[in-house]
Design a protein around this ligand. Structure first.
Ligand SMILES: [Zn+2]
Length: 301
């Protein structure tokens, strides 16, 4: 029995969360030792608003895969939802301000699940690019759409790469970057080609400050964005040289390129390598077969 991801996705889209939970429960009984099953189950439990159950599922993933950083992260985030401390901190920060909307950069589980309940409590709409596992915007924003906040306009900039549904929000010369640019930590990239294009897109805007979803405010947007692009292109070269010198699986490339990095981070590095390979494959530089094998077709131009 494989994981019925499409069926689960369809049920979530139809709003039949109870049925999706049942299907996940059945799958997890059939495959209790498969971490991907528990990961899927956790995201459905989050969609159902059952954070206690989701935390248990992420704990199963962590037990099965102690090196899976993303599962550790998701477990921590889910536990933080249980004590409602994040929502309390937002209310405290709002003080006497009257919010007009909740703007969501993307639907990842550490960004979106509180948006709908918070907006309902505040009596304001939720804005976002599209629905996600535990998130459904009242108003969908496309690239360059404007949201009027008081006398100001906030502009949505569609910046796919970290996730397909990622938006940055521009207010004057400030940009709220979500996970597109992070302070002090490396961004996990799903689609490298789109990510680089989204970084170049920021170079067209004249910006003075970046407010990331994680980390500290940054004052040198031009330097930061240029550094991000340079870092990714350098990595791409390293991935390609690893392929040229004989690595032909994702993990072999990770071991060559990330030799200095803590092996506990290698699963995350593998995601990044895969994203580079998909880009190189689309450019005809390598040929990626299946999920984990790579064969060099030709050198970089
Ligand atoms: Zn994210």
């Amino acid at each position: 029995m494989s994981i019925p991801r499409k069926q689960i996705q369809k049920l979530l889209e139809q709003g039949d969360i109870a049925q999706a939970v049942k299907l996940c429960r059945r799958t997890s009984r059939a495959k209790p030792g498969n971490p991907a099953v528990w990961e899927t189950f956790a995201s459905v439990q989050i969609a159902a608003g059952d954070f206690a159950a989701a935390a248990k599922s992420y704990k199963r993933v962590v037990d099965l895969q102690p090196d899976n950083c993303r599962a550790h992260y998701n477990l921590a985030i889910t536990c933080s939802r249980l004590d409602r401390s994040h929502e309390a901190a937002i209310w405290e920060a709002l003080a006497d301000l009257r919010p007009e909307g909740v703007l969501v950069t993307h639907s990842h589980e550490d960004h979106a699940p509180l948006a709908n309940p918070l907006a309902a409590d505040l009596g304001v709409p939720v804005y976002g690019h599209g629905p996600g596992p535990a998130f459904n915007p009242d108003l969908r924003l496309a690239d360059q759409d404007q949201v009027t906040v008081g006398s100001d306009d906030v502009q949505a900039i569609h910046t796919p790469g970290h996730s397909r549904d990622h938006l940055c929000f521009r207010a004057g010369d400030s940009l709220f970057t979500g996970d597109h640019i992070m302070g002090g930590s490396s961004v996990v990239v799903e689609d490298m080609k789109a990510y680089l294009a989204s970084l170049r897109r920021l170079q067209e805007l004249s910006l003075r400050r970046l407010y990331p979803g994680h980390g500290l405010v940054m004052d040198d947007p031009a330097g930061i964005v240029a550094g991000y692009i340079e870092h990714r292109l350098e990595r791409e070269q390293q991935v390609l040289s690893a392929v040229q010198t004989g690595a032909n699986t994702v993990m072999e490339i990770v071991q060559a390129v990330y030799a200095e990095v803590d092996p506990a981070l290698h699963p995350l590095a593998a995601m990044s390598v895969r994203a580079h390979l998909v880009k190189l494959d689309s450019e005809g530089v390598v040929s990626l077969r299946g999920d984990d094998e790579v064969f060099l077709v030709r050198d970089m131009p």
